[in-house]
Design a protein. Structure first.
Length: 135
């Protein structure tokens, strides 16, 4: 069974500091506000677009069912025409690589801030219950 929008969503959100939102009739997965995966609600030419390296993009574009991502291809983004264009393992690896590339491209202070973020539980003033917040 090949991956689909639900399994991709679950996988993307399992990656460190990943968030999701909707824009341009797409489900977007981001790290620190930067997109690492784009999944259109209506598969009109592509089911998912991902960032890749220049060499990786060149190799992937040789394969059937993989093309340059619209509007992003010049930045080495690729798009899958169907979920079956890659095996589940290959797709997970590409998603993880896209996430890694985007994270690595963040400003150093943002990366350090995310890497050092901890969950701290403290009692709110005047309350006995611990409040959870992210630092």
């Amino acid at each position: 069974m090949s991956m689909n929008i639900e399994s991709v969503r679950t996988y993307c959100l399992s990656l460190p500091h990943a968030t999701e939102d909707m824009q341009w009739e797409c489900l977007l997965f981001r790290v620190a506000g930067k997109i690492f995966a784009l999944v259109p609600f209506e598969a009109d030419g592509a089911v998912i677009s991902l960032k890749s390296t220049q060499q990786q993009a060149a190799e992937l574009l040789e394969r059937e069912g993989i093309l340059r991502a619209p509007y992003l291809g010049r930045y080495h983004w690729i798009a899958l025409e169907t979920w079956e264009a890659l095996s589940d393992r290959e797709l997970r690896e590409l998603i993880a690589e896209s996430h890694r590339l985007v994270f690595a491209g963040l400003p150093a202070r943002v990366r350090k801030q995310l890497e050092g973020r901890k969950i701290v539980k403290r009692a709110a003033p005047g309350q006995g219950k611990a409040a959870t917040r992210t630092r």
